[in-house]
Design a protein around this ligand. Structure first.
Ligand code: F6R
Length: 610
């Protein structure tokens, strides 16, 4: 949420920053801005996307140092004035910020009483004025001014600061919002996300909460909140440029949908041995006993990751016979949750930075539970704060609507459930071996589903202007119904609801008439008869049935108006196949409606505010 990038070195900073902001635009895109120093501080900013900012810079901005920002508004509507960077009264300090300053009203009042003036509705502007106020006491010490300012701030921040009188340095500080330093040859970068620096360096330092860093073109220093100098580990970034570019696809979302066979193969690589029927998950090996003896497992996540958590619940309960609760991370923390020693929390997050998920993790940890992560972004806050975990290795996901992360999360949860079941002795060797062999086949089966993309496009064309959609599923089809509905609403702005198929009779059935598309996920064997009855009920009320079912399911095919088949698989693995047509359905409908698929309105990838 909000992208930050900064550069100091021999290149034209504005060019590096614009490129970086374009890569970060998926984190927020309602306005953008840049501050550079070339003798004096110069700021360009405004409502709109980074391309618009770029056009403002067409005359060229000189200077080898600067910071930039792409915004997802929290305080103050997206407009030119509220765009970042924000400035001090004397116009010498520029600040970009990701996060929320919770006590900004109090700080603003104090500063106003002392004669500082404010021009925006943002919380960020107080940071520039606060630093300015402390600098007045000791103008030569910018670090002191920043440190004292940070001490007054409640809330979360990733901050980057430049000052005209300190033209060789960028200061950054982190509390609750990700920031990293990119170490180049004779140049340094800072960014909220590694994709913005990957083109220039593969050496990064991740800042931790409470840390403040200063970068100059020839080096960096990191300090704790107590101002002690810290030696930080330098990490190697494993990110290729291909992974963060569209590679011939019109949208990142479509690219990522089509990348799923590879994402799942990457996720399985080195972890399964289909011949022996074994699974290796190095990341949780050391805590396997504790996990296997857990009193209960609590899965906490948000959005799509919460949906994969629901699949996880079904898998853990049926295979490993362990009680599982799936929690919205945002609710968990504010409900005095009963959790403690003996419990295990699994947090699921693509970005590894979702503020609510991070807060749930901290709450569980503080109460004594073992906390495991299922995370995509290596080195992210959640990955670093969990006790152990399993990366999903899906590669960078840039489309705001999550697709390949969902299937890779479900893959990891399946591996964990089987591994745990083997460890607990709750699964027969034959069944485990069968599941592992079938998992190995899943990438190929997804390829097969993707080959029928044009069939799904055809269905999408017929329903592009439907005002509502209903998605129904049972068992493993239910989380998929929720995920299908979420995908549709977030990128096409069509109202859509996902329901357990039987729950339909308790209310939603009243919505069904000959105008209502009803997507039924009918691919699990053990619920087929019941699902067929539910489809009959929809048909009796003239609902327009779009069925996702397995090849050869004639019963369902005869009832549905439109059918998309997926290859047959074991019930537990059906979500990995049935979700694919739903991702494509929402994609094509959104494109037909002229929506910005990769950057849907009001949304941002990585929700780093609570
Ligand atoms: C939906 C979507 C969101 C995320 C949610 C959690 O397509 O992308 O619902 O799933 O914001 O994000 P992570 O997984 O990064 O914690």
């Amino acid at each position: 949420m909000c992208g930050i990038v900064g550069y100091v070195g021999p290149k034209k900073a504005s060019e590096v920053i614009i490129k970086g902001l374009k890569r970060l635009e998926y984190r927020g895109y309602d306005s953008a801005g840049i501050a550079t120093i070339n003798g004096s501080l110069s700021v360009k900013k405004g409502k709109g996307k980074v391309a618009k900012l770029e056009s403002l810079l067409s005359s060229g901005v000189e200077g080898g140092i600067g910071i930039g920002h792409t915004r997802w508004a929290t305080h103050g509507e997206p407009n030119d004035i509220n765009s970042h960077p924000h400035l001090s009264d004397d116009g010498k300090i520029a600040v970009v910020h990701n996060g929320i300053i919770e006590n900004y009203n109090t700080l603003k009042k104090n500063l106003s009483d002392r004669g500082y003036s404010f021009y925006s509705e943002t919380d960020t502007e107080v940071v520039a004025k606060l630093i300015e106020s402390f600098l007045e006491e000791k103008p030569e010490d910018l670090k002191r001014a920043v440190r004292l300012s940070l001490a007054q701030i409640n809330g979360t921040y990733g901050l980057a600061i430049v000052h005209e009188d300190f033209p060789d340095q960028i200061m950054v500080a982190r509390k609750g919002s990700p920031l990293l330093l990119g170490i180049g040859e004779g140049e340094m970068l800072i960014a909220s996300d590694a994709s913005a620096v990957a083109e220039y360096t593969d050496k990064v330092v991740y800042l931790d909460d409470g840390e403040l860093a200063i970068i100059r073109k020839d080096g960096y220093e990191v300090h704790s909140s107590q101002d002690e100098a810290l030696t930080k580990e330098v990490h190697e970034l494993a990110m290729s440029l291909d992974e963060i570019e569209k590679g011939g696809f019109p949208h990142f979302m479509l690219k990522e949908i089509f990348e799923q066979p590879k994402a799942i193969s990457d996720c399985l690589r080195g972890r399964i041995n289909p011949a022996k029927g074994t699974i290796t998950l190095g990341g949780i090996e050391s805590v396997l006993d504790q996990l296997a003896n857990a009193r209960r497992i609590i899965i906490a996540a948000c959005g799509t990751s919460w949906h994969s958590g629901l699949v996880g619940e079904y898998l853990f309960e049926s295979l490993a016979e362990l009680p599982v609760e799936v929690e919205y991370a945002s609710e968990f923390r504010y409900r005095a949750p009963l959790i403690g020693e003996g419990d295990v929390m699994i947090v699921i997050s693509q970005s590894g930075e979702t503020a609510d998920t991070l807060a749930a993790l901290r709450e569980a940890k503080q109460k004594g539970a073992l906390v495991l992560g299922v995370v995509n972004v290596v080195g992210s806050s959640i990955a670093r704060e969990t006790d152990a975990g399993v990366y999903i290795h899906a590669g960078p996901e840039i489309g705001v609507a999550s697709t390949k992360a969902f299937t890779a999360q479900v893959t990891v949860l399946t591996l964990m459930a089987i591994k745990l079941a083997q460890h607990r002795g709750t699964i027969e060797d034959k069944k485990a071996a069968e599941l592992i062999r079938e998992l190995d086949q899943i990438p190929g089966k997804i390829e097969h589903v993707l080959k029928n993309a044009s069939g799904i496009e055809h269905i999408s064309n017929l329903f592009t202007y439907a005002p509502n959609f209903l998605y129904l599923g049972r068992s493993y089809g239910f989380p998929v119904a929720l995920e299908g509905a979420l995908k549709l609403k977030e990128i096409s702005y069509i109202h859509a609801e996902g329901y357990p198929a039987a729950e339909m009779k308790h209310g939603p059935i009243a919505l069904i008439d000959d105008m209502m598309p009803v997507v039924v996920i009918a691919a699990t064997d053990h619920t087929n008869d019941k699902m067929v009855s539910n489809i009959e009920e929809v048909k009796a009320r003239k609902g327009r049935i779009i069925a996702i079912t397995v090849e050869g399911n004639k019963e369902v095919e005869n009832l549905a108006e439109f059918v998309t088949e997926v290859p047959e698989t074991i019930d537990e693995l059906t979500p990995l196949l049935t979700v694919i047509p739903l991702q494509l359905l929402s994609y094509y409908i959104a494109v037909n409606r002229g929506c910005n698929v990769d950057q849907p309105r009001n949304l941002a990838k990585s929700v780093t505010v609570e």
